[in-house]
Ligand binder design. Structure first.
Ligand code: NG6
Ligand code: CA
Length: 511
């Protein structure tokens, strides 16, 4: 350090490149919803194109063993933000419409870590991690604790998923455009006998439901949960993606001078899949893939904005998904009927809700022009590892007693030669307990204490099937988990069983 200062005193011109190099990169993490390994043209989809996401892949690192940590939304998002396996923490399963904050105020997160490193931080899009104290959100008052209490400077959100009530935006602590004279009343019971629902008014729906999702109707679609009021605050499903882009572009422009961290949490292609009219019908597979193309458009708008502001060389993009794909997730949108030859989970078995690879092995891309040399990687990386990896990138400290399972895989994320990813990774489903996937090297152990596996592809349909408590696969030769080696490889099996137990019982994997 002293020598550098001495040199600078002698040659002040040296200061310029040094400072420029010293500037921490902006970070944009784009998380897709329910996007499978095979849903992008850069990962093998052939019946439609995703050119903007493909460009990220072409100009950056494309991971073939990139994972989210759970096969549903809330636990993956919990782990991404906190750096801790969700199965360790109660209450991290799929959050209902009026869930309290899943991450308590003051908990160290990737956002608070980056904030401490000098970043401006924002989350825009789907939240699904609850608001408020134990009684849940006060929809007409202050929605806190929420993202602002765990390190985000700004938030503009869909509170849960769009199949759950209410259809309103939450900006920072408030429902946007809420008229106090018309308060929002949200609950899990019919507010009165005459309240129209997906059951009583089924013939009026613009998209029918197939299971659940038959409570309050908004925009011709019935949802999970009931609400009345808040008319001026309600959005149209068709406009969500445009809104995320509009708010993100504005926020990036406002914060372009400081390093910024944007968590762009798309709702595509979660149900109800209602893409904007201009994307309806652009693929042969109905609204499911139309929504993927809409997501691709969003990614293009973000990369173009960064380019226009001259920030491409100084911005790290990470693209990932929160869980694998699903066809019929409660609405009759023809996803299965129009699937054709498209394979949303690529070569993998299972999908959303499952601990087979299709549930968690998902698209994963990093791009940082001028720093990352484009390439393909087989290293195992996970969304939970962004915490430690970005700490390592920005020089921030990791908290001692939090972020318990995140691993620094920065070298692998940046495509550095010989850099290693994870040696092992636990995968979970929604976290009701007793269901785990465990990848160790190229071995994969599955544990289903209930002896039931949810959502496994059987002749294209997702079904629940009976399975033995343990299965073992060799992913290096059998990526689709079709030949169970549990009985023939007893030593490997018991080694992995013991290690999985140890990981669960030890309470943490980060040293
Ligand atoms: C399930 C919903 C499903 C979806 C999922 C959450 C029913 C019958 N099913 O309970 O439609 O909302 O939760 O998806 O209600 S996730 O991607 O946010 O985890
Ligand atoms: Ca999801």
């Amino acid at each position: 350090m002293k020598a550098i200062r001495f040199l600078l005193a002698l040659f002040p011109a040296l200061l310029v490149p040094l400072v420029a190099e010293d500037r921490k990169p902006n970070i944009i993490v784009i998380m897709a919803d329910d996007l499978g390994f095979g849903d992008l043209s850069c990962y093998g989809a052939t019946t439609y194109e995703t050119p903007h996401i493909d460009a990220l892949a072409k100009e950056g690192m494309q991971f073939m063993s990139g994972y989210c940590t759970a096969s549903t939304c809330t636990p993956t998002r919990f782990s991404l933000l906190t750096g801790t396996y969700a199965f360790r923490v109660k209450g991290t399963g799929i959050a209902p419409p009026s869930a309290p904050a899943v991450i308590a105020g003051g908990t160290p997160t990737i956002a608070s870590m980056l904030k401490s490193a000098g970043y401006r931080t924002a989350v825009i899009g789907k939240w699904h991690l609850g608001f408020g104290g134990p009684d849940g959100p006060d929809w007409n008052g202050e929605l806190k604790p929420g993202p602002l209490e765990i390190g985000f400077d700004y938030s503009f959100l869909l509170p849960t998923t769009n199949d759950r009530v209410p259809q309103v935006y939450v900006e920072n602590h408030r429902v946007l455009n809420l008229d106090p004279a018309d308060p929002l009343r949200v609950g899990n019971k019919k507010p009165d006998e005459d309240h129209p629902t997906g059951i009583s008014h089924r013939d009026t729906l613009k998209m029918d439901w197939t299971h659940g999702h038959n409570n309050t109707i908004h925009n011709g679609i019935s949802r999970i949960g009931f609400y009345t009021g808040g008319e001026t605050a309600r959005f149209r499903d068709e406009d969500l993606a445009d809104k995320w882009v509009e708010k993100s572009v504005a926020w990036i422009e406002k914060n372009k001078e400081t390093p910024f961290f944007l968590f762009f949490a798309s709702h595509d292609n979660h149900v109800p899949r209602i893409p904007h009219e201009r994307f309806q019908g652009v693929t042969p597979h109905g609204f499911r893939s139309d929504s993927v193309v809409q997501l691709d458009w969003c990614v293009g708008e973000l990369t173009k904005t960064v380019e226009r502001l001259g920030l491409s060389q100084n911005t790290l993009f990470v693209f990932c998904s929160d869980n694998g794909p699903v066809m019929d997730d409660g609405y009759a949108d023809d996803a299965l009927e129009k699937l054709g030859e498209h394979r949303a989970a690529g070569p993998f078995r299972g999908g959303k809700y499952s601990v087979y690879e299709g549930g968690t092995r998902t698209p994963f891309l990093t791009r940082w022009k001028g720093t990352i040399t484009p390439g393909l990687s087989d290293e195992v990386v996970s969304t939970m590892d962004l915490y430690a990896s970005l700490a390592s990138l920005t020089g921030a400290e990791l908290p001692k007693d939090a972020a318990l399972d995140t691993t620094d895989v920065l070298g692998a994320l940046l495509g550095e030669k010989n850099a290693k990813g994870r040696s092992e990774l636990v995968q979970q489903d929604n976290g009701s307990g007793g269901t785990f996937g465990f990848r160790s090297g190229n071995w994969k152990l599955l544990r289903h204490d209930s002896k039931k596996a949810r959502n496994v592809v059987v002749e294209k349909k997702l079904e629940n099937v009976d399975v033995p408590q343990f299965q073992l696969y060799d992913l290096s030769v059998d990526p689709s988990e079709s030949e169970d080696l549990f009985a023939t490889q007893p030593e490997v099996a018991s080694r992995l069983q013991a290690r999985l137990d140890e990981i669960i019982e030890s309470g943490r994997t980060r040293p």
